[in-house]
Each structure stands twice: as C-alpha cells, then as structure tokens.
Design a protein around this ligand. Structure first.
Ligand code: 5GP
Length: 210
C-alpha cells in the first residue's frame, strides 16, 4: 500500500474533512485556500470543472478543468459532479470521484465554491464543514474592489450586489471567518480544522485499547 493510500480511519481516528470555503469576491478566500494547500501536507484542493475561459495565469487541471458547455452537460448527465451551479453566467461543478478518493484517504478536502454549491455539498455530506469568509465590513469590501483598479464601475456594482446576496444566502453555514488581517484569519481557519478533527465521532475508542 502506498503512503497515499492510508485509509481515512488509520490509527483509530477518521481525519477526513470536507471543508467548503465560500465568500463574496474580494474577501480573500482564494489566498486562504492557497495557503492551506501550501502548508497542510494532507490538503487536497478540489479542482472544479468550469465552462468559463481561463483568466491570467490560470493553469488547466490546477486552477480549473476548463470544459465546453457540451462536456459540462455530459458530466451532469452522467452524475459525475458532486454539486454544480451557474455563477455569473458560467457553469461550475465539483468532480465527484477525486473528492471521494481523497476523503477515503483521510485528507483535508478543500472546496473553493459558491454558497449554492456549498449547500449541495452539505446536503450530500452532512459531516462537511462550511465556512463563509467575510471582509471586515461591506464598506471595506467596496474599498478593496475599487482599489484593485482592474474592474469597470458597472462590474464593481454587480460584484457588490452579488456579495450582498452571497452573504445572506450563507446564513446556514457552520462558521464565519472575518478576514481583516490575513495571518490572523489563517490562524483562525487552522483552529477550526483542528477542532473539527477532534470531534468525538471521529474516534474509534476500541483502537485506543478501550
Ligand atoms: P471565478 O470565475 O472567479 O474563479 O469563480 C466564480 C465563483 O464560482 C467563485 O465564487 C467560486 O468560488 C465559484 N466556484 C468555483 N468553482 C465552483 C464549483 O465547482 N461549484 C460552485 N458551485 N461554485 C464554484
């Protein structure tokens, strides 16, 4: 058996954790996700399929699997997606198989997906943990989006409206994480992971000799 194939409950503890991060754009979710992948040896980033075109330095298979509309429809019809949603006029979905494999190996599975998707993951996997990343305030989000200087005014307005809707839709999420200072937010996120992995249902006490 390779070291990759350690079963989820090795050592009497099921460490597999499905961690959904959602946020309004500009809250810093992607930075937090990248940092988790870079620092947690057992983190597995769920690479979504999308029908939108690659942006900037995005790499096929790393940031997204870029697919045609027809291919996306096929994935849905074949039930190959754990969840999917239409976001800003494009389709996005989570391939099911890699998630199931990583979960079976006890990994920290990270989902950078919107709230519609997060709720679908939770419905299928009630043990999944959902985290809404928030900016310190709506005003701060507005300031961050404008200071990037990359988006036109109508686009900023659209993102701000979407941000309002996204935050209110996430009322049922398990945790809110305020990202004021990214180092502190990252520490809080790691604390959530540590606590979730210490839940009693994960422990097979017989394996501890009790
Ligand atoms: P972007 O196009 O800016 O990369 O992503 C737009 C939005 O789609 C973000 O909120 C991102 O989290 C979300 N998203 C990315 N992948 C998925 C996915 O597989 N499923 C769902 N539901 N949302 C996704």
């Amino acid at each position: 058996m390779s070291s990759e194939a350690v079963p989820a409950a090795a050592g009497g503890v099921d460490r597999s954790l499905l961690l959904v991060l959602s946020a309004p754009s500009g809250a810093g979710k992607t930075t937090l996700c990248r940092r988790l992948v870079a620092t947690m040896p057992d983190a597995f980033f769920s690479v979504s399929a999308t029908t939108r075109k690659p942006r900037g330095k995005e790499v096929e298979g790393v940031d997204y699997r870029f697919v045609s509309d027809a291919r996306f429809r096929e994935l849905v019809q074949n039930d190959e997606l754990l969840e999917w949603a239409e976001v800003h006029g494009h389709f996005y979905g989570t391939p099911r198989r890699p998630v199931e494999e990583a979960k079976a190996q006890g990994k920290l599975v990270l989902f950078d997906i919107d709230v519609q998707g997060g709720m679908q993951v939770k419905a299928r996997h009630p043990e999944a943990v959902t985290v809404l990343v928030l900016p310190p305030s709506y005003r701060e989000l507005e300031r961050r989006l404008r200071s990037r200087g990359t988006d036109a005014e109508p686009d900023i307005e659209r993102r701000l409206l979407a941000a309002q809707a996204e935050v209110w839709r996430a009322k049922t999420y398990d945790y809110c994480l305020v990202n004021d200072q990214v180092d502190a937010a990252f520490e809080d996120l790691v604390a959530m992971i540590t606590a979730e992995r210490a839940r009693s249902w994960r422990f097979d006490l017989a394996a501890f000799g009790f």
